[in-house]
Design a protein around this ligand. Structure first.
Ligand SMILES: NC(=O)c1ccc[n+]([C@@H]2O[C@H](COP(=O)([O-])OP(=O)(O)OC[C@H]3O[C@@H](n4cnc5c(N)ncnc54)[C@H](OP(=O)(O)O)[C@@H]3O)[C@@H](O)[C@H]2O)c1
Length: 304
């Protein structure tokens, strides 16, 4: 009898991990037993996941990744790895510890979601000067090295998304994000993506892990490319409202106060920038949402 493949999904109550689980559960049938990680099993998000068929909610923390895999009652087949970027050194240490624990537990395929770093080819070799991009590059390198040295075959897929549309929330951070973005020039485009689409592609990567397309490949991901002016126009056409943002001084302060996380990244958008071939990607994944679709269907302002 064929055994079900167990996959551990980190960030399961968050945007990307949540989108992956949703994408898998939307399939008429899918071959995985999903182990959804949270730090708090009693949270609303975790309980909603626990009510889904084929989803087992497990409690754990990135600080003790071995304890996560011990809860499976058998070997993991897959790991969806999401890392937390507030402190890049910590992110790198936690990401590498998660990889190590997964290899020791016998994982066979890892999908690590990182960031785009200047194009499909360049992202393979470009750590960038943005601390939380570099930490993700280093985690990728560690996965590659462990895979080469491993006694049992372990394959990997790196998803490298650009900025999330979801940064544009109807809250202080959303208004601050737009203010920071506007400081780079009202006509300067920024590539962005819906996290729903990251989830759909992550699901495809697990379902086709052996394919030429996903086996040991890094994939740059973007759904649209638009400037603050274009975003404001589309937003108004869809919602009838102005795209909310806050004072430039707030944007400048956020970039200065959170230089490591935000300031250096917004500077990098000007000096280097994401370089995804959005048109080609849309041909491969025709479902990918552009900004207009995201505002209408998924944003906080979506029409009833
Ligand atoms: N925003 C962007 O534009 C953008 C673009 C490209 C890449 N990224 C990257 O995307 C990543 C974040 O992904 P996301 O936005 O999908 O996450 P998210 O929505 O912020 O959710 C965070 C998830 O991580 C879990 N988590 C947090 N700390 C944890 C810990 N110590 N141990 C175990 N689980 C923990 C949370 O689970 P519980 O709360 O249930 O424990 C939650 O499920 C970051 O690395 C960021 O750099 C972001």
């Amino acid at each position: 009898m064929a055994t079900t493949r167990k996959i551990v999904v980190t960030g399961a109550t968050g945007k990307q991990g949540g989108a992956l689980i949703k994408a898998l559960l939307a399939k008429p049938s899918q071959p995985f037993d999903i182990y959804a990680l949270t730090r708090d099993k009693t949270s609303r998000g975790a309980q909603a996941l626990a009510s889904k068929p084929g989803v087992h909610v497990i409690q754990g923390d990135f600080e003790h990744p071995e304890a996560i895999f011990q809860q499976l009652g058998g070997k993991p087949w897959g790991l969806f790895s999401v890392t937390m970027p507030m402190n890049a050194k910590k992110e790198e240490a936690e990401g590498k510890a998660m990889t190590k624990a997964a290899f020791e537990a016998g994982v066979e395929h890892i999908v690590y979601t990182a960031t785009e770093r200047g194009g499909q080819t360049k992202s393979d070799t470009n750590p960038t000067n943005v601390p939380h991009f570099r930490s993700k590059y280093n985690i990728e390198q560690d996965i590659k090295a462990r895979s080469q040295a491993s006694q049992h075959p372990v394959t990997w897929t790196f998803l490298r998304p650009v900025a999330f549309f979801e940064n544009l929330g109807n809250n202080f951070f959303g208004r601050g994000f737009v203010a920071m973005w506007r400081l780079n020039g009202l006509d300067r485009p920024l590539q962005q993506i819906s996290t729903t689409d990251i989830g759909l592609i992550a699901a495809d990567a697990f379902l086709n892990s052996d394919s030429e397309e996903y086996r040991n490949k890094g994939i740059s991901l973007a759904g649209d490319e638009l400037s603050p002016n274009e975003a404001a126009r589309i937003f108004k056409e869809v919602t009838g409202q102005e795209l909310p943002y806050t004072y430039p001084v707030v944007g400048r302060s956020l970039r200065w106060l959170a230089k490591e996380q935000l300031g250096l990244m917004f500077d990098w958008f000007v000096t280097d920038d994401f370089k995804v071939d959005v048109k080609a990607l849309r041909q491969r994944y025709p479902f990918m949402r552009d900004f207009r679709t995201w505002v209408a269907q998924e944003s906080a302002w979506k029409k009833a």
